[in-house]
Design a protein around this ligand. Structure first.
Ligand code: UGA
Length: 431
């Protein structure tokens, strides 16, 4: 099939590239010319294991190209995926400006093309009603009568985790397809049956698909905050929350995943999506108490680790501290809403002399966002570690999981990376 993907950010690029694995022809559209040029040369704007090989092969086989030109993407497409960002506004509510812009662009482009059956699929995370009441509405109001009868709309949320997105795409737990008619159902089912068995495909109305995405992310975020709440309690009882959660998670009704206590959740999805759902629900007159507590617990978590150090040293003023990890989780260079960054800010607020930091992938992004002459970015893990005695672990990168590294160190572990067997002193945030 011929697929256009509008937005070649994280989701658009991974999704578009993976479609080419089954020989579908994909055209990616992006407004940023440099990004488009890079992708066409096989240089990826993001760090995602396994993706560069897929993109390179697709470029060689001429199954993938990127462009800034909507017409080039839309003129032959059977379906168009929308994968543009849906950021938060200041108040936490959803900002749909990019969805609106794309809708207008699509409508204008279609006017220059001969009407034919075309499926428009929302992939961006959008609140219930957005696909039909904003995206579809804008397009339908702008296109000719002839086009109106030929367009079909659908919503197909993504459940990709950064760092393992390719694997998640190829082995999903489910593919949710929100549709308004059989045309959308048949075309999307056909596309995804190349990747999954029929029993993994769930067909729903569009609004249901939209809410499945938010409810899934909110539930996972809630599990993490729950583990952290029980973790804080465990800490004060002198017991290990990981043992508690192992026992809790053995119940199949609960499951062990996403019950790892620590610094809390970051990234571009959970904080934003929980806030947007909370805001949305409140707008409809619901208190959204669980979501509110999920965010509050998450906000307070990094402070808990700093408090442990304050308890030990009385004050952190003029101390030098190593912070390992800057990315919001391992295997990504993404620092958005990273708890490691929050931790560094809290340490700076305590008046520390210097933060020595290292991350295997996120240093460049962190430098752009966080420049302060008290922050020393080290080229190697060893250099960072040799710079101070007190070590905070903020991201669970594999290379940090070596007890020998911490010999003679005073370690405050925010992610249960080590057991502290060789450390001079060791404390976990919730254990
Ligand atoms: C999340 C979801 O897991 C994906 O299913 C979803 O598609 C994606 O958001 C999205 O909406 O696009 P992602 O943000 O990449 O994926 O990262 P996760 O692996 O879910 O981790 C999120 C945060 O939770 C990280 O900061 C991680 O350290 C933290 N976390 C995760 C914990 O603190 N404890 C856990 O047990 C699990």
């Amino acid at each position: 099939m011929k697929v256009a993907v509008i937005g070649s950010g994280y989701v658009g690029l991974v999704t578009g590239a993976c479609f080419t694995l089954k020989k579908h022809e994909v055209v990616l559209v992006d407004v940023v010319k440099e990004k488009v040029d890079k992708i066409n040369k096989g240089i990826l704007p993001i760090y995602e294991p396994g993706l560069d090989e897929i993109v390179k092969e697709a470029l060689e086989e001429k199954l993938l190209k990127a462009t800034t030109d909507y017409k080039e993407a839309l003129e032959n497409a059977d379906m168009v995926f929308i994968a543009v960002p849906t950021p938060s506004k200041e108040d936490g509510s959803l900002d749909v400006k990019y969805i609106e812009q794309v809708a207008s662009q699509i409508a204008e482009t279609l006017e220059g093309l001969k009407p034919r059956k075309l499926l428009l699929v929302m992939k961006s995370t959008v609140l219930p009603g957005t696909t039909e009441n904003i995206f579809k509405e804008i397009i339908i109001n702008k296109v000719s009568e002839e086009w109106k009868g030929k367009l079909s709309f659908a919503m197909n949320p993504e459940f990709l985790r950064e760092g393992i997105a390719v694997e998640d795409f190829l082995n999903p737990d489910r593919v949710v397809i929100g549709i308004e008619d059989d045309y959308g159902k048949d075309l999307l089912s056909k596309l995804y049956l190349d990747f999954v068995n029929e029993d993994k495909i769930l067909i729903t109305p569009i609004k249901v698909a939209e809410l499945i995405k938010y409810a899934s992310n909110a539930f996972l975020a809630m599990k993490i905050s729950f583990a952290n709440e029980i973790g804080n309690l465990s800490k004060s009882l002198g017991i290990d929350v990981y043992q508690v959660m192992d026992g809790v998670g053995m119940d199949k009704r609960i499951g062990r995943a996403f019950l790892n206590a620590g610094l809390g959740f970051g990234g571009s999805c959970f904080p934003k999506d929980v806030s947007a759902l909370l805001n949305f629900g409140r707008g409809l007159g619901h208190k959204m108490l669980l979501l509110d507590a999920t965010l509050q617990i998450n906000k307070e978590q990094p402070k808990k680790l700093v408090d442990l150090a304050l308890k030990r040293y009385g004050s952190l003023k003029d101390k030098e501290i190593v912070v390992l990890g800057l990315a919001f989780k391992p295997n990504t260079d993404d620092i958005r809403e990273s708890k490691a960054i929050e931790l560094i800010k809290l340490l700076l607020d305590e008046g520390i002399k210097a933060v020595h930091t290292y991350d295997p992938a996120a240093m460049e992004n962190a430098k752009k966002y966080l420049s302060n002459n008290k922050i020393k970015y080290h080229a190697t893990l060893e250099n960072a570690l040799s710079s101070a005695e007190i070590v905070f672990i903020a991201t669970e990168w594999q290379e940090f999981k070596n007890e020998d590294l911490y010999e003679g160190k005073e370690v405050f572990d925010g992610r249960r990376v080590i057991e502290g067997k060789k450390a001079k002193y060791y404390e976990g945030i919730c254990w």
